[in-house]
Design a binder for this molecule. Structure first.
Ligand SMILES: [Zn+2]
Length: 246
């Protein structure tokens, strides 16, 4: 119970604070019990050590992703949420990298379509293993009544499902108490989850096609709250893993 209350305080504090690493660092010290043990490293049964977190803001550059009726592009919200997530995880002592930290496509040069090369570049961040992959996106649907965060997980590593469950639980607990969306196992339609062989999830934060949710998603405060929930979930995941709880 103690840990639960402290996490709530942590969420309330960070989600209302301007994102500065120094502020997060101070908060992290104050709430140091949240820092995953052994510097976020986990020796798994298979001998693998999870030491890095890859945060992947979907789309970028000429690929805007889903576009809201008012012209808001998914890529910009994805990047903002990802930056908050990564800043908080870094402050918590985790080794966190982003696949992009600017408005760019990761297509580079080479054969195949630009989009495919972009997706391959994102997956390449997990080369060598020993990391967790979290892709951040926004949803869109023809019916504008659809709302709420939806989390997908990769079939390639059994631990992906647990990470997805933690994100879903924390989204419901901290942000969307009426969210009844269950986590979903991704098939080949989600390239990055199909190709990642490390624990991997994709978070569709909300629906750009829902007018009320779009207004929320456009605010810096809500973007930070989403980043905070995702970061806390990843920290929970590493902490539980380090403590040997499955
Ligand atoms: Zn997307």
């Amino acid at each position: 119970m103690k840990q639960r209350i402290e996490r709530r305080l942590f969420f309330e504090f960070t989600s209302h604070t301007v994102v500065f690493a120094a502020v997060f660092a101070a908060v992290a010290v104050a709430f140091s019990q949240l820092v995953p043990r052994e510097g976020a490293a986990k020796q798994t049964a298979a001998g693998e050590v999870l030491t890095r977190i890859v945060i992947d803001p979907g789309h970028g550059g000429e690929d805007g992703g889903a576009v809201a009726p008012d012209g808001t592009a998914e890529k910009d919200i994805n990047l903002s949420v990802a930056k908050s997530t990564c800043a908080l995880l870094t402050a918590l002592g985790c080794d966190c990298v982003m696949t992009r930290d600017d408005d760019v496509m990761l297509s580079g040069d080479g054969a195949g379509s630009k989009k495919l090369r972009d997706l391959q570049s994102r997956v390449a961040f997990t080369d060598g293993g020993g990391c967790v992959f979290v892709s951040i996106h926004q949803n869109k649907f023809p019916q504008n009544s659809c709302a709420g965060t939806q989390v997908y997980y990769s079939k390639n590593d059994a631990r992906s499902e647990k990470l997805a469950s933690l994100i879903r639980k924390n989204v419901q607990g901290y942000l969307q108490k009426n969210n009844t969306r269950q986590i979903k196992r991704a098939g080949s339609e989600i390239y990055v989850l199909d190709r990642c062989t490390v624990p991997a999830v994709l978070v569709e934060c909300g629906f750009l096609s829902n007018p009320a949710e779009l207004e929320l998603l456009k605010t810096e405060e809500y973007q930070k709250k989403l980043g905070c929930v995702i970061a806390l979930s990843v920290a929970d995941y590493l902490y539980d893993d380090a403590a040997g709880r499955d």
